[in-house]
Design a protein around this ligand. Structure first.
Ligand code: ADP
Ligand code: ZN
Length: 297
């Protein structure tokens, strides 16, 4: 009983892993089809690779999901538009089939836990993990625990100032139009400029605007959560020129009010890339499995 199972449940693909940590993690990946077929493929993988040695499984899932332990639909994927997955009891299906404890959380909360355990946030008690990709999502570690609160944070949907004379793009969030995600996600960039972000030259003013929106978001979280570090991942952050621009804008927006050398000196470690790269999701799920089994070290 010494192996852990990990499921990175994404809207287009599932990545499953078995192991104890980054050194011995064995992974497999398959497309997300129907819930029944996809979960069965995951269960078959765990049975074949771990068998009776499986101690717990962690699921880091696309959402929205129900994380309220008292709720009758705890462990479900809830209102997703994804065909067949709405109101699906993903955590329950895995628990019933494998009869082991199941840790369940959002994909970003999982990634934050993975970075805390093995990546760029080791030994920190308070930090944020943000992904800037198809959407903008964030996980917060507060006092050494992932912040859940009422449900789970939806950091991408905060409001930031939108100057229509500088940026006439109205915003693309179906719920709030010009929230941060509506203005600064990968699809928002593509809708504003007519080409995907990766096709825009590094000198394009799109990046100045993008850095400014992200820094406005970061300023809000710095003021509300006082993180020791903010990790920025996701497809859009592959544009590494954004990092120094965001650090500079953040220091300008905060205007010396928060007196911490990490911010005022614009050091590279305060706003930093994650370290687990493409394995962040599945390692985050593995960290959830370890927590579900009560393993703390
Ligand atoms: P997801 O959010 O679906 O998990 P990603 O984090 O890869 O996946 O985000 C996909 C979004 O990021 C797309 O909108 C895409 O245009 C954008 N993106 C991916 N790679 C890059 C890149 N190198 N530069 C700029 N934008 C990118
Ligand atoms: Zn929104």
């Amino acid at each position: 009983m010494n192996l852990f199972g990990a499921i990175e449940a994404g809207g287009t693909k599932f990545v499953c892993g078995v192991g104890t940590g980054p050194e011995d993690l064995e992974t497999v990946q398959f497309p997300t089809t129907s819930p029944q077929a996809t979960i069965q493929a995951a269960i078959d993988f765990f049975r074949a690779r771990a068998g009776v040695s499986l101690r717990a499984v962690g699921i880091a899932s696309f959402g929205p999901i129900d994380l309220h332990p008292e709720s009758p639909t705890f462990g479900y994927i809830t209102s997703t538009p994804k065909e067949g997955w709405r109101n699906f009891d993903i955590a329950g299906a895995v628990r019933k089939a494998l009869e082991v404890p199941v840790g369940f959380d959002t994909d970003v909360n999982g990634a934050a836990l993975g970075e805390a355990r093995w990546g760029a946030a080791q030994s920190l008690s308070d930090f944020l993990y943000l992904t800037v990709g198809t959407g903008i999502g964030g996980g917060a570690m507060v006092h050494g625990r992932i912040l859940h609160g009422l449900t789970h944070p939806e950091m991408g949907h905060i409001r930031v100032p939108h100057d229509l004379s500088r940026d006439p793009y109205p915003g693309g969030c179906p719920y709030h139009v010009d929230c941060l995600e509506g203005l600064a996600s990968g699809p928002a960039m593509e809708a504003r400029w007519g080409v995907p972000g990766r096709d825009l030259p590094m000198s394009h003013r799109a990046w100045t605007l993008e850095a400014c929106y992200l820094a406005l978001g970061l300023a809000n979280w710095v003021c509300t959560l006082s993180p020791q570090r903010i990790l920025l991942g996701g497809g859009v952050m592959q544009q590494t020129q954004l990092f120094p621009m965001i650090r500079e804008d953040l220091a300008r927006i905060l205007n010396g009010y928060i007196q911490a050398p990490e911010i005022t000196e614009q050091g590279e470690s305060f706003v930093a890339p994650p370290q687990l790269g493409s394995r962040a999701g599945v390692l985050g799920a593995l960290a959830l499995a370890r927590t579900a089994a009560g393993v703390t070290s």
